[in-house]
Design a protein around this ligand. Structure first.
Ligand code: GLC
Length: 562
């Protein structure tokens, strides 16, 4: 048995491709731990909880943006890429996070948001003060308006958050923002923009950051040759690398340059692309000459369903192999309804291509969490099974803070408490993403349940107390205990990236084999499955002898004979 100190050294010494099989824990800093009682989580709060992360057994932590921001989009509106928001701490506090994490063998990944800045970024303020056609405006995408007098937006393009993608400024010009109004898109044709991001990457890599998560990685480059197409024309264009604004081939020139920067470090810095692109185009982002890894978000959209899971796994392992990368598995993140809740709601309707016709859980959120009725217990049970399924797969697993506690989505936020622009930009249609960003419950009682000494910036519901860390630590059957055991075992059992399906004879039961005698069996159905459990080492929901109960996963391990 390795001591904690040995474990941390052995983790960090895993070398250049540590990210291939890492368990990465996503922290949404404002909602993790609040050290100064202002209701907002901060960097010293993270440092104070490093022991928790070490006990959980994760390999790396990814921090969502902690940079200065007016929070028009939860921190993804960055006002200064090389500083810390004063409400969250200082650069010295950041260094302390790095030191503390590295001290227990955990690596750190930070979020880079290159598609847009905040409107409060010095560059945008400069652009507003400068005349049309000036170099300051050229760092962004400014255009004259349409219509006879320029009072119409240049095109009818829509922002991802609803409403026009153009906003007018005082002198009559318009700027492009594919996300919130406060998030002007940068002009990646401008060499200064390119240079500045390289500076930012070096700034954090020099401070000891091990890797980067690249926000909206598929939208940086744009071909805005006039005349600009209409929305209908834009939507009709093929996504083959030549589209004017999405997933253009030339975006990879940027990542090739970044790769040379990453490779200047020892070990090379890692990166993972958030790229919402056609599956066949994902390997480009994950190539060794580019970012190295790309998120696969397929499980965020999947039901707890054997056929869907099977297809997603086969498909993504093949795609990852095509780029020489490893794949990523994500059940939840800061942008979607938590998976324990999704799995407790009726399955959504799907398009012919298999995508949900609406954001899963949105209808339930719109009803304030009353309709359709959430089966919390079923959702939690399936979440346990899904976690063991995913943690048994080759590749890296990205966990979103709170899933290890089995947190459900919070539906009972009042409109006055909501912060997410997607709520405000689409009144009555989308409740936004605040329900998965409610601060974590550390204690079962007290101010903001141990999140801080005061309130929480998004109020926690009463039922959070039962899922508090201190409660779950004491309960061997809790979700937290399951995650801890799974991560510890995964660390020991995982060797080569070998994977093969094993026939079970039952459609609802999936079984796969990993190297060195490790097998994973998941029963997605609603009836127990008879099987030999002699080699069981971990079960998500134990049942009677010789049966794997409904909605559960078992890990089997047999020491290979010499
Ligand atoms: C990414 C982030 C999301 C953010 C958006 C705009 O999709 O995950 O939270 O709103 O980019 O930056």
């Amino acid at each position: 048995m390795l001591s904690r100190a040995d474990q941390s050294t052995s983790r960090l010494s895993r070398g250049a491709d540590w990210w291939r099989r890492a368990v990465v824990y996503q922290i949404y800093p404002r909602s993790f731990a609040d050290s100064d009682a202002d209701g907002i989580g901060d960097l010293p709060g993270i440092t104070s909880r490093v022991d928790y992360l070490a006990a959980l057994g994760v390999d790396a932590v990814w921090l969502s943006p902690f940079y200065p921001s007016a929070l028009a989009d939860g921190g993804y509106d960055v006002a200064d890429y090389r500083d810390v928001d004063p409400r969250l701490g200082t650069l010295a506090d950041f260094d302390a996070v790095v030191t503390a994490l590295h001290g227990v063998g955990i690596r750190i990944v930070v979020d880079i948001v290159p598609n847009h800045t905040s409107n409060l970024h010095a560059w945008f303020q400069e652009a507003l003060a400068a005349p049309p056609g000036s170099p300051a405006r050229d760092r962004y995408i400014f255009r004259d308006g349409g219509g006879a007098d320029g009072s119409e937006p240049p095109t009818d393009w829509q922002s991802m958050f609803g409403g026009s993608a153009w906003e007018q400024v005082a002198d009559g010009q318009w700027y492009l923002h594919f996300f919130a109004i406060e998030q002007p898109d940068l002009n990646w044709e401008n060499p200064e923009v390119r240079e500045d991001f390289v500076r930012t990457l070096r700034f954090w890599a020099d401070r000891g950051v091990d890797g980067f998560r690249i926000d909206v990685a598929h939208m940086l480059t744009k071909d805005l040759t006039e005349p600009l197409p209409s929305k209908a024309e834009l939507d009709a264009l093929p996504m083959d690398g030549s589209h004017p604004v999405i997933d253009r081939d030339d975006v990879h020139d940027i990542y090739a340059q970044w790769r040379t920067v990453f490779n200047e470090y020892d070990p090379p810095r890692s990166a993972v692309a958030e790229a919402w692109v056609e599956r066949s185009r994902r390997p480009r982002y994950a190539s060794a000459e580019g970012l190295g890894q790309a998120f696969n978000f397929d499980l965020l959209e999947a039901d707890f369903d054997a056929a869907q899971f099977r297809h997603i796994v086969t498909d993504n392992l093949e795609l990852a192999a095509r780029s020489g990368s490893s794949t990523t598995w994500v059940l939840s993140n800061h942008d979607v309804v938590r998976h324990a809740t999704r799995y407790g709601l009726p399955a959504p309707e799907r398009t012919a291509a298999g995508h949900p016709t609406r954001k899963h859980g949105n209808e339930w959120l719109l009803s304030g969490g009353t309709s359709p009725v959430l089966d919390r217990e079923a959702g939690t049970r399936r979440a346990r099974a899904a976690a063991l399924f995913v943690l048994g797969l080759p590749g890296s697993a990205y966990l979103y803070q709170g899933e290890e506690l089995g947190l459900h989505e919070v539906a009972e936020l009042s409109d006055a408490d909501r912060q997410d622009p997607t709520f405000f930009r689409s009144p009555g249609a989308d409740m936004g993403r605040d329900g998965c960003r409610v601060p974590l419950p550390w204690h079962a009682s007290g101010a903001s349940l141990g999140f801080g000494a005061n309130g929480a910036h998004l109020p926690q519901p009463d039922w959070f107390a039962a899922l508090a860390v201190e409660r779950e630590e004491e309960d061997p059957d809790s979700m937290l205990s399951l995650y801890r055991r799974a991560l510890e075992l995964r660390d020991r059992l995982q060797s080569e990236e070998l994977f093969e399906w094993v026939k079970t004879g039952v459609d609802d039961v999936l079984r796969f084999r990993r190297a060195d005698g490790w097998e994973v069996v998941t029963n997605f159905g609603d009836r127990a499955f008879s099987m030999d459990l002699t080699d069981a080492v971990l079960t998500s929901s134990p049942g009677g002898p010789g049966e794997l109960p409904a909605a559960s996963t078992v890990w089997l391990h047999r020491e290979p004979r010499d």
